[in-house]
Write a protein that binds this ligand. Structure first.
Ligand SMILES: Cc1cc2nc3c(=O)[nH]c(=O)nc-3n(C[C@H](O)[C@H](O)[C@H](O)COP(=O)(O)O)c2cc1C
Length: 229
């Protein structure tokens, strides 16, 4: 297998790419199934402690790693945390920040936006779910010798990768929560990440608890989000 090195400064090297076209009937059937299946995805906040097959999580991370990225810089690092002690430290630090946030730091407008979700400063999912996946964004490239190079469209690239990750987890029958305790600086400290990485999201992964509930939300219709020109 080829080892990844940054392409930065390399010459253009075209190679053939001819994926087979999917017959239209088959494509329509597959996309209708996918559309319905994805409509079932919900953010889960109440997890069972049951173990999940590690390979499902590794496969989802591998899917995320196929995401397009600005200048193909793949500016992401996935830190998979199982260690109960580390998860407990993350929960403690996250709840400390969230107590301040929900206690007023977020401001009334933000708190009003969150009210229908029923969230608060208690974050049991951080220790209940069998896996915590902490996604870091590499703000710039850091070579082994300590020199740096720019990354382009990092926010967009990591956002797309996380979207693909969540899709893969859902299609594998797993539940996830995109959790962004604000501020997230403590994650880099607890997980001893290098100086070019900033936490993007912490994603508990597992199965929903037997008594799991989700907020009653409806999604915008296609008409509301699609403009045709
Ligand atoms: C960037 C981002 C940050 C989020 N942060 C949080 C969070 O910190 N805590 C939380 O409970 N949910 C968080 N969510 C989940 C959203 O609240 C959820 O996606 C939304 O309410 C829609 O629900 P659904 O995912 O079930 O369709 C976040 C989602 C995104 C995309």
């Amino acid at each position: 297998m080829m080892t990844w090195t940054p392409l930065h400064g390399h010459p253009y090297e075209p190679i053939p790419y001819h994926p087979n076209r999917i017959p239209v009937e088959q494509a329509l059937a597959a996309s209708a199934v996918l559309r319905a299946r994805m409509d079932e995805r919900r953010t889960v906040r109440m997890f069972a402690t049951d173990p999940v097959p590690e390979q499902l999580v590794l496969d989802a991370i591998a899917v995320a790693n196929t995401a397009p990225s600005g200048a193909h810089q793949q500016p992401w690092t996935f830190v998979l945390v199982e260690d109960p002690e580390v998860r407990a430290r993350i929960r403690e630090a996250a709840e400390a920040e969230e107590r301040i946030s929900y206690g007023g730091r977020l401001g009334e407008e933000w708190l009003s936006a969150l009210r229908p979700l029923g969230t608060d400063e208690h974050k049991p999912h951080l220790t209940d779910a069998p896996y915590l996946l902490v996604v870091f964004q590499q703000r710039y490239g850091l070579r082994a010798d300590g020199t740096t190079y720019k990354h382009y469209y990092g926010d967009e690239s990591v956002g797309i990768a996380v979207g693909m990750l969540l899709t893969a987890l859902h299609l594998a029958g797993l539940a996830a929560l995109t959790h962004t305790p604000s501020p997230m600086k403590f994650l880099g400290e607890v997980l001893a990440r290098p100086r070019n990485e900033k936490a993007f999201a912490v994603i508990p992964i597992g199965y929903p608890a037997d008594d799991s509930v989700v907020p009653n939300l409806t999604r915008k219709s296609l008409d509301q989000v699609l403009v045709r020109v």
